[in-house]
Design a protein around this ligand. Sequence first.
Ligand code: ADP
Ligand code: MG
Length: 350
Amino acid sequence: MSHLGLERLTRRFPGTATPAVDGISLDLPQGALLALLGPSGCGKTTTLRMIAGLEAPDGGRILVAGRDVTALPPHRRNMGVVFQSYALFPHLTAARNVAFGLEMRGVPRAERGPRVARALELVGLEALAQRKPRQLSGGQQQRVALARALAPQPDLLLLDEPLSALDAKLREEVRDEIRAVQQRLGTTTVFVTHDQTEALAMADLVAVMNQGRIEQLATPEEVFERPATRFVATFVGRAAILGAEVVGEGMLRAGGATLLAAETPRPGKAEIFIRPHHIRPLAGDVMAENVLPGRVLRRVYTGDIITLDCETAAGNLLAEVAGGSPGAALQPGQEVRLGFAAADLRVFPA
Ligand code: ADP
Ligand code: MG
């Protein structure tokens, strides 16, 4: 059953030409984590703030478990929110910071202690309960903020770029921890990020946003393997782009070769997207559904993966090959036949 529903949610700021959030709709099942993924300025924070009740929409509805909450003030929505900056009270201990959210909701004093302890234990900070924020690392502070958001047992957990103030290694650690805690509690969650790796690693569903709209709403695998639009294909992961022409259903011409694709738009100018890991340098006379002749321009060795930048008549292709595989020995200047499957091609109208 849908736990969070957005119906044509819209926000237009006065004096701006285009809406910051332009009629977005989605349904999120109970217990799922949705990543709102997109570049800076695409409307992620505005969407999250409208769900939280911190920003009023100009149109559309927000439903939680079937109940229309669009007109409710934030404190009546039972949502836990964590922002990019930790926003902890500097003069309060970790425990008092977590207790604050419970106080605000009128949880009786006697109940607060055990619930604070449980929330801090959930994020592995029970031993540091009496520390003030400045005595905690960035990662620990963000865990306190998470405990504070979770302690009231919210219907919905809302996280706005909660990892962006952390350094790379810590970011991964806290990321995996947030996901583990979220899954253990089964709290339906919306996680805002501009980082595709973060989105793919954490989410059950990814909504890729661009200019106030959702371009694709799908599982991480689906978004990565079958991007719905050119924007999604280039924003999420690396993709080679070739110029082509659709000449019939499932058939293209590119760089003098005829290629097959599982799906094609109407005949006419088109662009082909292929992920580097789907392209295989073919040895000898090995056949593939699609073959483009090319030449290796550059070879980048990164241990387990070797990236070959290849020139073809249709444009440049990146091929990723595993160390030790036949293609791994190819060197710049060498001729190569590049093979790929029809199912791994995405074709968009140009
Ligand atoms: P994101 O979180 O994806 O970076 P935001 O939701 O913060 O994007 O912003 C979306 C768009 O709305 C941007 O163009 C931004 O400049 C604009 N915007 C955000 N808040 C306001 C505001 N209070 N007043 C006017 N414009 C705003
Ligand atoms: Mg933002």
